[in-house]
Design a binder for this molecule. Structure first.
Ligand SMILES: Cc1cc2nc3c(=O)[nH]c(=O)nc-3n(C[C@H](O)[C@H](O)[C@H](O)COP(=O)(O)O)c2cc1C
Length: 381
């Protein structure tokens, strides 16, 4: 019997429905968080952002995770033009975005991000904070308006730790009040919570430094702080990674054993899902360990929670293998979704995908830049 392309595609395992906690999702396809630096510098979400996020929902994604959003007006902001959830005005401007995504049938989670030592722009005249006074590797990201080396951060004291946790708790309340389905703690890719988890940026000798049980404590505390104020009324997810925007090669020194400690700590703190980012090298190299086992699979077994895999999973064969092989429950797609906001629809219909083009993010990784890129492509015919 002949199987046509669309019948074959319709059987793709990512197209089946699923749930995260009480949140019912029409499929397992998630838009990965992507910083879009598209506010007017005040951190207030815009109409262009509404169009941008609605397009993913209209294109069939079951879940949209927003770009990293700063929770407080102290040190958390990473980039000029990044959106915040730190003021009532910022919160109110998220509401049309949330409503547009819901109206198109998808769910939306806001990613809360503290940049820590990787901040390229905050209100404290450039002072950055981090677990220890260790200068970050690499250089500021030009596509978010940065240049030159990162500053050496001030080592956080107990008051700083408490202030950061308070900021996340307040932002979680705002997220719930504007109708987000959940929040995701950004503990990946080299930002503040990952700076605590990473051996070479955390030289603390208090309960937040030393063994991996201690280095994951701050992220777990943040989950607890948010859970303490929103109760069971809001999903709380966590995103972790081995690699970082400023160091693609870092791997957890204890490999799978570190993973078990990390995932168990986040589960015990009350996380509803675990998201493993594939920054730099993708799921294949970032999450697979020697012997074929993957970090995402370990997260599923240890965490006993839904797991989102990420990194190069806009390859339909690979995402099918990840889901069918028990490596993850959902897959998040970043660059492939930028090039194809209707990626799920294309998968279901067996339609071809547009390739991602780095020019979509250069010189500035904004929505305007992508729209400009599409206009010039259309003009070329
Ligand atoms: C333009 C851009 C912005 C990103 N911003 C974020 C972010 O705000 N938070 C985050 O956790 N990851 C961010 N990432 C990483 C992506 O979520 C994802 O992990 C990465 O692109 C790999 O997935 P992919 O191969 O599907 O693109 C960003 C990636 C891109 C390309």
């Amino acid at each position: 019997m002949m199987t046509n392309r669309s019948t074959a595609a319709a059987l793709h395992p990512a197209l089946s429905s699923t749930s995260i906690g009480a949140l019912r999702l029409s499929n397992r396809l998630v838009v990965a968080p992507m910083s879009r630096v598209s506010t007017a510098g005040d951190g207030v979400p815009t109409e262009a952002m509404r169009r941008y996020y609605a397009a993913f929902a209209e294109g069939g994604f079951g879940l949209v995770i927003t770009e990293g959003t700063y929770p407080d007006l102290a040190h958390s902001q990473g980039y000029a033009d990044q959106p915040g959830l730190a003021t009532d005005a910022q919160a109110a401007a998220w509401r049309p975005i949330v409503d547009a995504v819901h109206a198109a049938g998808a769910k939306i989670i806001v990613q809360l991000m503290h940049a820590g030592a990787l901040s390229q722009g905050n209100r404290h005249r450039g002072e950055t904070i981090g677990p220890s006074a260790v200068q970050p590797k690499g250089e500021k990201l030009p596509e978010y308006g940065g240049s030159g080396p990162y500053a050496t951060p001030r080592a956080m004291n107990e008051d700083d730790i408490r202030d950061v946790l308070d900021g996340f708790a307040r932002a979680a309340v705002r997220a719930r009040d504007v109708g987000f389905d959940g929040v995701e703690l950004h503990a990946a890719n080299g930002y503040l919570f990952d700076q605590f988890l990473t051996t070479y940026t955390n030289t603390r000798t208090d309960p937040y430094g030393g063994p991996v049980e201690n280095r994951i404590r701050f992220a777990a505390d943040a989950v607890r702080a948010m859970r303490g104020v929103v109760g069971s009324g809001l999903l709380i997810g966590t995103r972790v990674s081995q690699a970082k925007v400023n160091d693609f090669t870092y791997r957890w020194p204890g490999g799978a054993e570190d993973g078990k400690v990390i995932f168990a700590a986040l589960r015990d703190a009350g996380a509803d899902y675990l998201h493993v980012a594939g920054e730099g090298r993708g799921w294949r190299q970032g999450a697979q360990l020697p012997g074929g086992v993957s970090l995402t699979e370990i997260a599923r077994h240890v965490g006993e929670l839904p797991v989102i895999a990420n990194g190069g999973l806009d390859d339909p064969a690979l995402s099918a293998r990840v889901i069918e092989g028990g490596h993850a429950d959902l897959v998040s797609i970043g660059r492939g979704a930028l090039a194809n906001p209707d990626w799920p629809r294309r998968l279901a219909e067996g339609a071809p995908f547009e390739p991602f083009d780095r020019a979509m993010l250069h010189p500035y990784a904004s929505i305007e830049n992508v729209e400009q890129w599409r206009r010039s492509r259309a003009a070329l015919g």
